[in-house]
Design a protein around this ligand. Sequence first.
Ligand code: HEC
Ligand code: HEC
Ligand code: HEC
Ligand code: HEC
Ligand code: HEC
Ligand code: HEC
Ligand code: HEC
Ligand code: HEC
Length: 329
Amino acid sequence: MKKTVLWTIFLSFSLLLQAGDALSLEIVYPADKTSVTRSDFLIIKGGNTPPLEGMTIELGGAKSDLIDVSSPEYRAAFKDFLILEPDFSPGKNLVRVEGFVAGKKVAGAVAEIFYQADPTTAVPPGIKPFVMHIPAREALCAPCHNMTPDKIEINAETAETNPCAACHRRMLDKSHVHGPAGVYRCGYCHNPESKPARYATPADEAALCNGCHSDKVAAFKANKFVHGPVAAGLCLVCHDSHASDNPAQMVAPINDVCLGCHEPIGEGIHVVRGVGGKGHPLKGVADPSQPGRELSCASCHDPHGGKSTAFFRRGITSRFGLCQICHVK
Ligand code: HEC
Ligand code: HEC
Ligand code: HEC
Ligand code: HEC
Ligand code: HEC
Ligand code: HEC
Ligand code: HEC
Ligand code: HEC
């Protein structure tokens, strides 16, 4: 008799344990062994039966308090999803999540992710870029988000109406927003039918830009001397397709972008050997030729090309002619 009771207890206990094990707790984004280029979201999905009541997150050795996900309001909106804004350190990060029911830990998950804060840092072997828009992942979101917008919906013009905006609107929270991205023409550049992942962009980025900027591109190419990356059709090494905090949606402040490929210019003396052996200022002062703008490499060089080997601005061909646009006596 006693034995049976014990067995029953043991059995129900092991059943509970099994239920506990079956409780999946998944780090959806960024997934284990993937890399991301932004520290924007951390998306976790808890199992459904029984619902998790709380979760803790450990990142970079710091552990959060118990996050309550049990309120009816929360569950009505997010069910078993938890979306956080993490603060990843550049490079490797270890994310550890634990799920609780009635104060007891019942599930856990760990992900090793790589935050590629700077696109020039190499991602270690064994880590692949995170890809969201594959069927298995999209299925997780489909209960609440429109994951199959038609051709009209995908280009709906406002953050409230565009389905992509529900998850991506923050990428436009910048001071310089590119025309078509600002009016949510996501479907102009992203193909909803691409495979294996949806929303691929054309491989030929210059042709994509040319679709709307054909006049500009023709003018760049008509220059006697065309700048290397422009000739190669690499618009995106300098420009962001969506938005940035730099004029002309530059991926970084102009001089940083230029010096990324022309490192010696930043180290040597440029243009003139002035008083005290210093070169010409290259930034940090006002540009007399363009009111309201700071001096930069683009104050003297046209970033796309020009009529002289060093692409002086405004099609200027002589050194002296260049000096004169700012130093008029
Ligand atoms: C149970 C419903 C539900 C599911 C399933 C769901 N979400 Fe959401 N999600 C929401 C709600 C509600 C919001 C808030 C909507 C708003 O603010 O417009 C939201 C907002 C977001 C945001 C924007 C957060 C912000 O503040 O900018 C992202 C990103 C997001 N979800 C990603 C996902 C992803 C990825 C999946 C699938 C892996 C997913 N969600 C599945 C309900 C859900
Ligand atoms: C449920 C939320 C959600 C919705 C809706 C959504 N995305 Fe995403 N998308 C994500 C997340 C999360 C990522 C991965 C993080 C990132 O790259 O921003 C992502 C990544 C991407 C990527 C990079 C490639 C990839 O698959 O990881 C592209 C391109 C993209 N989304 C385009 C779109 C477009 C266009 C729409 C609208 C038709 C859209 N997304 C709608 C959540 C969403
Ligand atoms: C002018 C063309 C263009 C438009 C418009 C555009 N994109 Fe993109 N997008 C691109 C290109 C090109 C890439 C891939 C190269 C890159 O990373 O910049 C890309 C990459 C992405 C990525 C993955 C890389 C990243 O930065 O996270 C996401 C997410 C994305 N687009 C979302 C969107 C959404 C949402 C919209 C609508 C608001 C949109 N895009 C509108 C051209 C565009
Ligand atoms: C769907 C049409 C469209 C496509 C495709 C497109 N653009 Fe644009 N672009 C615009 C519009 C509209 C503007 C804003 C009006 C203007 O300043 O000409 C703009 C403005 C710009 C600007 C000027 C921003 C400023 O502050 O002066 C740059 C730089 C730019 N686009 C680069 C690109 C690059 C690079 C690509 C390819 C990835 C591209 N565009 C693809 C429509 C487009
Ligand atoms: C080496 C970096 C670099 C490359 C590569 C580059 N751009 Fe630019 N682009 C710039 C800078 C810097 C500006 C801002 C110039 C200024 O305002 O003085 C600019 C401005 C622009 C503008 C708006 C101002 C104007 O000249 O009308 C457009 C449009 C543009 N670029 C399109 C493109 C396209 C399309 C490509 C690819 C064929 C491209 N750019 C390649 C750096 C670059
Ligand atoms: C993606 C790499 C890359 C970026 C970014 C870049 N350049 Fe260049 N640049 C090149 C290449 C490649 C050449 C051609 C090879 C050469 O002549 O040195 C070149 C050539 C030049 C030349 C002519 C050199 C000569 O010998 O006469 C100038 C001037 C120049 N770049 C200025 C700039 C400026 C200004 C910027 C920023 C707006 C910039 N570059 C950004 C790659 C780059
Ligand atoms: C005040 C005007 C001015 C500024 C600002 C300026 N340059 Fe120059 N740059 C020149 C002149 C003048 C030459 C010499 C051209 C010649 O003699 O053929 C030159 C030559 C160059 C060359 C080709 C020769 C060489 O020295 O390699 C490159 C590349 C270059 N500059 C890049 C840059 C970059 C990158 C920046 C920003 C960090 C920059 N320049 C800022 C005026 C300027
Ligand atoms: C796009 C504008 C611009 C161009 C083009 C330009 N400069 Fe300058 N230059 C400046 C600015 C701004 C300063 C800094 C003035 C200040 O600090 O008040 C400066 C400072 C100087 C100085 C130091 C003078 C002083 O008072 O300390 C010399 C020398 C000089 N430039 C020579 C040249 C020569 C030579 C050329 C042509 C090869 C040239 N600059 C082209 C904007 C320009």
